[in-house]
Design a protein around this ligand. Structure first.
Ligand SMILES: Cc1cc2nc3c(=O)[nH]c(=O)nc-3n(C[C@H](O)[C@H](O)[C@H](O)COP(=O)(O)OP(=O)(O)OC[C@H]3O[C@@H](n4cnc5c(N)ncnc54)[C@H](O)[C@@H]3O)c2cc1C
Length: 431
């Protein structure tokens, strides 16, 4: 009994704190409607500040050990081994702190030579042009807004795009380091393209301090590629990149039944068929009782046409703040043991504005690294802070996917498995 009441009491305390701090002042101000927007702006600023001073502060940069060369990594590994300490590497630190900062261990921070991009050669193979480049594992894929020194022009996506080449697949953001992205097997929404396809060689230093290279297609390459750092420290990655210019497509909202997730004539989900039909695809599913809508994003590579920038609705600070607030309110309501029809109505009213059915499809055609990471500008590091749960499901088993879920989910599809991702507002207790 006591075990049950403790989490319940904590949930109630959290809900009360949330209402006292966020909702009550907001409602009070609605009497003077012109106060509404300044209040919202203030809430958003507070939220950003909160991120800068987390409740449970992470070890700050001075607890990271900077390393600038492979030789320094070798020394650090040998020292950690003789001191019997666990050694890890920090990428852009999106993972839970325990995956990056071992207790009483060492966390390396890759700098200088280990963030460089070396263009090696342009070749023609099988009638196609390719760019070979060797990239330091500490190099960011794009701009990392949480690192003041990060600049899109130093990123690998920007640099290879300048030469007319690209990564055929990226995740929803490009704030990550090459090493962190690969070690966690990160992926985007495509059955046709995979990040792994363009990795030629992985250079790493193993636990004995030996520098090794895993070549494309070998067992070592497969094992090291998604090892969460357990094979050692990834130092450089060599890519063979295809020519790429734009990704064009559209974003549109649908009732669940009419969407790419909904049932086909035989009653099975259309998800697998939709993934097979589209070069790139992402669905944002809002399965709440009074929403039941799906936002669909589809795209394909092209080299022709005028640029039409992709602007996510959440790239506006105001809309991102509204989304964060709506998710927080919905989450707060869902903490109750018994939900009433009014509760479902409120949740529906909070979330439906983000997937309006009246809105026309939004078309885009932009540089591949501006469109493929569709959440890149969505303020996910500061305003809409969410916890992810990822479940990977073989694409042959997608049928049960559309049965029963109560949170806001995203589904993406790498080659043979599909991640079902459930997002919830970040709780004060999480990293
Ligand atoms: C808003 C948001 C959207 C996201 N969208 C997607 C998505 O669409 N698809 C997807 O798959 N994922 C997605 N992710 C997850 C993200 O890609 C992963 O968390 C990724 O690991 C982050 O990279 P990082 O540089 O932050 O790595 P970190 O979190 O810093 O590190 C990850 C792990 O790798 C280890 N590591 C890092 N660098 C090295 C190295 N050089 N050598 C050895 N080990 C190393 C670390 O010690 C740690 O254990 C998303 C995350 C966020 C916050």
């Amino acid at each position: 009994m006591a075990e049950e009441s403790a989490p319940q009491a904590r949930r109630e305390a959290e809900a009360k704190a949330f209402f006292d701090k966020i909702i009550s002042p907001f409602i009070d101000d609605t009497l003077e409607s012109r106060q509404l927007q300044p209040r919202m702006v203030q809430l958003i600023k507070d939220n950003i500040k909160k991120k800068e001073t987390p409740l449970h502060p992470l070890p700050s940069k001075h607890l990271l050990t900077p390393v600038a060369t492979v030789e320094e990594i070798i020394d650090a590994i040998r020292k950690a081994k003789s001191d019997k300490k666990v050694l890890r590497v920090a990428g852009s630190k999106h993972s839970v702190p325990d995956a990056i900062f071992p207790k009483d261990g060492v966390t390396l921070w890759l700098t200088k030579e280990l963030t460089k991009i070396e263009m090696q050669k342009e070749t023609t193979e099988d009638g196609k042009k390719w760019l070979y480049c060797r990239v330091g594992a500490g190099c960011y894929l794009g701009n990392n807004p949480m690192d003041r020194q990060s600049d899109i022009e130093d990123s690998v996506c920007y640099q290879v795009a300048l030469k007319g080449y690209g990564f055929p697949e990226l995740g929803g953001i490009i704030h990550q380091c090459v090493g962190g992205f690969m070690m966690t097997g990160s992926a985007g929404g495509s059955l046709k393209h995979s990040f792994a396809d363009v990795i030629q060689e992985i250079e790493f230093v193993d636990g004995n301090g030996c520098r090794l290279t895993a070549k494309h297609g070998t067992d070592l390459w497969r094992a090291v590629g998604v090892s969460m750092g357990l094979f050692g420290v990834i130092t450089h990655v060599t890519f063979r990149l295809p020519q790429m210019k734009y990704v064009e497509g559209s974003e549109s909202n649908h009732e669940f039944a009419d969407s790419m997730l909904g049932p086909d004539m035989t009653g099975n989900s259309k998800l697998k068929e939709s993934l097979e039909k589209n070069e790139y695809m992402r669905v944002n599913w809002f399965p709440q009782k009074e929403v039941m809508r799906v936002q669909e994003w589809v795209g394909k590579q092209t080299t022709v046409g005028e640029e039409v920038p992709y602007n996510s609705i959440l790239s506006s600070i105001f809309m991102a703040g509204m989304a964060a607030l709506s998710m927080a309110i919905s989450n707060c309501i869902l903490q109750q043991a018994e939900l009433t029809e009014t509760d479902y109505d409120i949740i529906g009213a909070c979330l439906r504005p983000f997937v309006p059915l009246w809105a026309k499809p939004v078309n885009f055609r932009d540089t591949w690294y501006e469109t493929l990471p569709m959440d890149d500008k969505a303020h996910t590091d500061s305003i809409i802070r969410v916890d992810f749960t990822e479940i990977w499901i073989p694409s042959t088993n997608v049928k049960p996917l559309w049965i029963g879920s109560s949170s806001c989910s995203r589904i993406r599809g790498p080659p043979t498995t599909l991640p079902l991702r459930s997002m919830a507002p970040r709780s004060p207790h999480s990293g």
